[in-house]
Design a protein around this ligand. Structure first.
Ligand SMILES: CCCCCCCCCCCCCCCC(=O)SCCNC(=O)CCNC(=O)[C@H](O)C(C)(C)COP(=O)(O)OP(=O)(O)OC[C@H]1O[C@@H](n2cnc3c(N)ncnc32)[C@H](O)[C@@H]1OP(=O)(O)O
Length: 118
């Protein structure tokens, strides 16, 4: 869903990429899934089970993948993973995972029903 290069500005003083930057990429990836499935604006209401398995380094290619787990009346639950790949190598390794809940909202920011038919 999202593929981006981790840059020096995203790193701490040790050269590891900030967890907050990764969470932001994951949130944006989940947002793409939620907006597409709900056919409109959707906002993050919860993020559960965030796990950081391995560090990401400057220059790594970071890919964010997501899968809808559940569609409720107005909310969606989306499992998100981020994977890193050293830019000179082929192997991809999972670095983070979390479950995001988004709520579809109308123009007033209030929950709106999601079409249950896909
Ligand atoms: C033209 C220009 C285009 C521009 C294009 C730009 C695109 C750029 C892309 C960016 C993509 C990034 C995407 C990031 C998205 C944010 O970062 S959004 C910012 C952060 N989030 C917020 O500000 C949301 C703040 N919260 C709220 O406004 C309200 O809590 C909400 C979300 C509207 C919910 O209101 P509420 O009155 O609590 O709703 P309520 O009726 O009680 O519950 C609604 C549903 O939520 C569920 N729910 C409520 N709370 C929870 C909870 N804590 N846990 C789980 N489920 C919950 C309920 O179970 C219910 O589910 P359903 O049974 O209906 O399925």
């Amino acid at each position: 869903m999202i593929r981006v290069t981790a840059m020096p500005a995203d790193a701490n003083a040790y050269g590891d990429i900030f967890g907050g930057w990764l969470m932001s990429q994951m949130d944006m990836g989940a947002g793409l899934v939620a907006a597409r499935r709900s056919r409109g604006r959707a906002v993050t209401v919860a993020m559960d089970g965030m796990q950081f398995h391995l560090p990401v380094k400057v220059g790594d290619e970071v890919s964010v993948y997501g899968e809808i787990q559940r569609v409720g009346r107005t909310s969606l639950t989306i499992a998100i993973e981020a994977w890193r790949r050293h830019r000179h190598e082929e192997e991809e390794v999972k670095v983070t995972q979390a479950v995001f809940t988004f709520v579809a909202v109308n123009e007033f920011g209030k929950p709106r029903a999601i079409d249950q038919e896909k």
